[in-house]
Design a binder for this molecule. Structure first.
Ligand SMILES: *[C@@H]1O[C@H](CO)[C@@H](O)[C@H](O)[C@H]1NC(C)=O
Ligand SMILES: *[C@@H]1O[C@H](CO)[C@@H](O)[C@H](O)[C@H]1NC(C)=O
Ligand SMILES: *[C@@H]1O[C@H](CO)[C@@H](O)[C@H](O)[C@H]1NC(C)=O
Ligand SMILES: *[C@@H]1O[C@H](CO)[C@@H](O)[C@H](O)[C@H]1NC(C)=O
Ligand SMILES: *[C@@H]1O[C@H](CO)[C@@H](O)[C@H](O)[C@H]1NC(C)=O
Ligand SMILES: *[C@@H]1O[C@H](CO)[C@@H](O)[C@H](O)[C@H]1NC(C)=O
Ligand SMILES: *[C@@H]1O[C@H](CO)[C@@H](O)[C@H](O)[C@H]1NC(C)=O
Ligand SMILES: *[C@@H]1O[C@H](CO)[C@@H](O)[C@H](O)[C@H]1NC(C)=O
Length: 625
């Protein structure tokens, strides 16, 4: 009894103390410095700024860390290149209004190094997003310096990687040297001033990895981005004259996810798993050896499913056969037969379209340095054919025509998705076979039909659920998806996509039998299901405890329906009954299904704004009414 009382007294004391000082807890001022081991905490309690050491090292650093997480997680380091050798450090605002790290001998180890015209009014505040902001109340509240503009190896949400508009300085991630040494490592991640924005990782200032061009939604060279993991990512320029930057922001509440450039030059997504009590890593970059920039040299193509991974593009052969056979592909390949337009001696322009043709290569990561054609709705092939220096072209809806001249470098065969790349070859190199066009056109039309149907189904499901909410629970339980079929003109189209009911799927999965389970994610499980006729499908059953609400579920459907692609699993239908939310997919017992379905698990409860921003708004608007 006595213990209880003293405990609650203590608690109330602590909380009143907290309230008393709460306003100042996240701020350093000229009169309030912090000494090792003190720290300040962001208002939401997520981040702290203070002193820390790393495992196997007695060096002390000043930095920003996740505050509540039991595993030490550093997101920014001030004195990364000049550690404190003991615990006599001070973080202080100096007389000239800079944030400085001093050691016991009052030597300055690190400084924000800005010109401050009102040093007395200077404050350094740790924001809820983990940004340390130095300001002096001048300039209508704009900051003098921000840690977000001087990142280390971590990309936090709302950070802008690219160029600091105010100073024109590059804002890049820089890897740590090693796990226990945060000083500058060999790798950096930032934007390249290519014609089309593209993120790159450099190793000792040489290109080491590239994402492929940004098409307004995703980087087209990363399969990982085709799943919905990159929710909230955007590449923007604040106005047309300014350079691009990349940023991300989750629309809902705060989420424990961040991105890091690790000591090996890999870009990692890290997500906190509360159950495991640790961070779960995913690797959007460097999934395979093929992700090393230009590994197969000029006109080489990398395919990680083959051994050796490098080969020459069709119509090309190794420049140095001996080196090539030893697995040194760096000198690349050259043309077997010169292009017809070159032989016609046209000096690279004009007429003489001669007998060149284009070889279609599907599911490709396009080469580096594309040139974006200004023609709108153009015929890329014709555009490329007109100019003898044009050696390849590709088309993406979000980008338009991409053309290449010179060497084709960093061409990669993707395991799914990607774009179709067309390589210019002398016709003598090409086997004739022209029935492809018909197939492509048919596929495109079929794709459009499926997308339309799925989108309509999605909207309608959403509407049905909405209606259902106003009814009694009993009624809601009853077959929301199919309940209203035929009620309006939409229903007719919907009937073309099967609507599953709960019992049907329960039977098909042997009552969601463990043995039928294909996998499990945070959001729920995926089962193999065998329908009455013996047809196999995959069923994703969202767990009831999942935070993913109906809105997110519906958003997912929109995304998936937009993602319909000849190389991807097809969405067959949905089922929403009471608490149950399920999606039915085509079953493909190979990797692309796994990658697709389990790639999704991470998005639990997030909004898929990167790929469906517009439809999102539409959906929202409809249901706000
Ligand atoms: C610290 O040293 C131990 C033993 O040498 C090693 O196993 C561990 O990985 C090191 N930790 C870090 C973070 O480098
Ligand atoms: C902050 O650092 C300056 C030296 O630049 C020192 O004179 C001053 O006393 C320090 N302030 C505090 C509160 O430690
Ligand atoms: C501070 O900035 C000046 C000029 O902006 C630069 O020359 C100097 O090297 C910087 N010092 C530090 C410690 O970063
Ligand atoms: C800033 O502080 C110094 C010393 O505390 C004082 O002499 C000076 O007048 C102050 N300046 C302003 C603009 O308040
Ligand atoms: C970084 O570069 C240095 C020198 O260039 C080299 O010794 C070291 O092995 C490199 N580290 C990594 C991880 O590549
Ligand atoms: C590969 O070939 C290039 C060009 O001939 C040469 O410079 C390089 O040293 C070779 N690399 C290896 C690992 O043999
Ligand atoms: C272009 O044509 C001129 C004369 O017609 C010739 O001298 C030159 O070598 C040609 N250049 C190429 C690259 O073929
Ligand atoms: C052909 O393409 C090259 C490279 O893109 C370009 O520099 C050149 O101006 C083009 N020539 C014509 C006639 O369009």
């Amino acid at each position: 009894m006595g213990k209880t009382i003293s405990c609650s007294v203590l608690l109330s004391l602590i909380s009143s103390f907290y309230l008393l000082f709460a306003t100042a807890l996240d701020t350093i001022t000229p009169s309030k410095s912090i000494k090792d081991p003190e720290f300040i905490i962001s208002q939401n309690g997520i981040f702290r700024l203070g002193f820390f050491s790393l495992a196997n090292s007695s060096n002390r650093y000043v930095g920003i860390l996740y505050h509540q997480i039991p595993v030490q997680t550093v997101v920014w380091v001030a004195n990364r290149n000049k550690p404190l050798k003991d615990s006599s450090g001070i973080l202080n605002i100096s007389d000239d209004g800079n944030l400085i790290v001093l050691n016991g001998k009052t030597e300055i180890l690190w400084s924000s190094n800005v010109t401050n015209t009102a040093p007395n009014a200077t404050t350094a505040q740790l924001s809820n997003l983990g940004n340390l902001v130095l300001s002096n109340g001048d300039d209508a509240g704009s900051s003098l310096w921000e840690s977000f503009q001087h990142p280390c190896n971590v990309f936090l949400q709302t950070m802008k990687i690219g160029v600091d508009i105010k100073t024109g300085r590059k804002v890049e991630l820089k890897s740590w040297k090693s796990m226990d040494d945060p000083s500058d490592g060999n790798f950096s991640l930032g934007f390249e001033p290519f014609n089309i924005p593209e993120l790159v990782i450099r190793k000792d200032n040489q290109l080491y990895f590239r994402t492929g061009p940004w098409n307004g939604n995703i980087f087209i060279g990363i399969i990982y981005m085709y799943t919905v993991n990159f929710d909230g990512f955007d590449v923007v320029a604040d106005n047309p004259q300014q350079p691009y930057y990349i940023t991300y922001e989750y629309s809902n509440d705060f989420r424990l996810i961040y991105y890091e450039l690790d000591t090996q030059g890999k870009f990692i997504e890290r997500r906190w798993d509360a159950e495991k009590g640790n961070w779960i890593n995913r690797y959007p970059s460097h999934e395979t050896d093929c992700d090393v920039y230009g590994i197969c040299g000029a006109f080489g193509i990398c395919d990680s499913s083959k051994r050796p991974i490098c080969s020459c593009l069709k119509g090309f052969k190794p420049r140095n056969a001996e080196e090539w056979s030893r697995g040194n592909w760096s000198s690349g390949c050259f043309r077997n037969t010169p292009l017809q337009c070159q032989r016609d001696n046209n000096n690279g322009s004009g007429a003489g379209q001669g007998d060149d043709e284009f070889l279609e290569m599907q599911m490709m990561k396009v080469p580096t340095f594309p040139y974006r054609s200004s023609i709108v709705n153009g015929d890329c092939k014709n555009e490329c054919m007109k100019n003898c220096s044009c050696v390849a072209y590709a088309y993406d809806d979000g980008i338009g025509c991409m053309l290449w001249s010179g060497d084709l470098i960093d061409v990669k065969k993707l395991s799914s998705l990607g774009v179709d790349l067309y390589i210019r070859l002398s016709s003598s190199e090409l086997d004739k076979g022209k029935s492809r066009k018909v197939i492509v056109i048919t596929t495109v039309i079929a794709g459009i039909v499926v997308i339309t149907i799925s989108a309509v189904l999605f909207l309608w499901c959403r509407m049905a659920k909405h209606k259902g909410r106003n009814k009694k629970q009993k009624q809601v339980k009853h077959q929301i998806c199919s309940e209203n079929i035929g009620e309006n003109s939409i229903g007719v189209k919907l009937q073309q996509l099967p609507i599953f009911n709960f019992e049907e799927l329960a039977t098909a999965t042997n009552n969601f039998n463990h043995a039928e389970k294909l996998g499990q994610g945070g959001f729920g499980q995926v089962y193999r299901a065998t329908l009455d006729g013996g047809k196999e499908i995959a069923v994703k059953r969202l767990s009831k405890s999942s935070v993913q609400g109906l809105e997110e579920f519906m958003n997912e459907m929109v995304v998936i329906s937009k993602l319909q692609h000849r190389n991807l699993v097809r969405l067959l239908g949905c089922c929403v009954e009471g608490e149950e939310k399920m999606l039915a997919y085509e079953y493909m017992p190979n990797k692309s299904l796994d990658a697709f379905l389990f790639g999704m698990e991470i998005v639990e409860g997030r909004r898929y704004s990167w790929h469906s921003r517009q439809s999102d708004f539409r959906v929202r608007n409809i249901f706000k009414e």
